[in-house]
Ligand binder design. Sequence first.
Ligand code: XMP
Length: 318
Amino acid sequence: DWTPNAFVEETVAHLKEQIGDDKVVLGLSGGVDSSVAAMLLHKAIGNNLYCIFVNNGLLRKNEFSQVLHQYEGMGLNVKGVDASARFMEALAGESDPEKKRKAIGRVFIEVFDDEATSIKDVTYLAQGTIYPDVIESVSATGGPSATIKSHHNVGGLPDFMKLKVVEPLKALFKDEVRRVGASMGMAPELLGRHPFPGPGLAIRILGDITPEKVAILQEVDAVFIENLKKWNLYDKVWQAGAILLPVNSVGVMGDERTYEKCVALRAVESTDGMTADWVNLPYEFLQATSNEIINKVKGVNRVVYDISSKPPATIEWE
Ligand code: XMP
């Protein structure tokens, strides 16, 4: 029967044999799947695995530097590429959710292709595709976890897409991926991370995106997530995040009337993201978190909690 140790042993041996001395490029997202895939390949081929971690400027607060540091600590041959400005430019003035996704997906491919083609003689593209991705092909835009189909010798495609594809996690479910990661000694904080969409905060800022809005949402999100951890709730929640609403509302501070942003907090329980229930977070937690957000984050004067389940609501607001 299946054990993570045996899986690691067999997969590493198989990857060694399959890849030999060839070079492999892999896009890291900070998420569980791409990270575990990278560790397996690293064990098999060491520095012939070239990891690329793109900052699209839409990650959580400090996430790019923290996760990059963590990857380096794991011994991965990883290059961090800060392309925030390029993404921000492509998103300027765009408020349609699908157009935002498309713009982010397009820029990601451009940036990734530039980086991948700057590595000489790469043969393989590795991906952290897991079994549910294979059967559902959901959430397929905007990031390295996205399923990029292999096209051999097809013209007009970015160069990296013409590479041979290697997907060591293709037969595994998420919990198995986590167990495989744990058996390789990967940090529980990395393996237990909530899912985060490829387009990142872009689909949690309703309407158009500006650097100021991203900065506000990063602060709000950081308070929410840090509090979930502090209150021991993080691991009981499948996914959580904050949404910046395109509304200003009236408030009062001292003797002053304010007219500022409203944010929504969302936390859901789910097994696969296809259906989800809102989480009954303790009132005391919501009270403390709301106070902290409003006191700390300039430009926000109202916090609401999303009590909608999926279906009919989706997890994300866009
Ligand atoms: P929804 O909003 O469809 O989300 O209920 C279900 C799960 O998918 C994630 N999600 C995405 N992931 N690119 C991604 O990589 C996307 O465009 C995207 N849209 C939604 C969402 O965070 C949730 O986990």
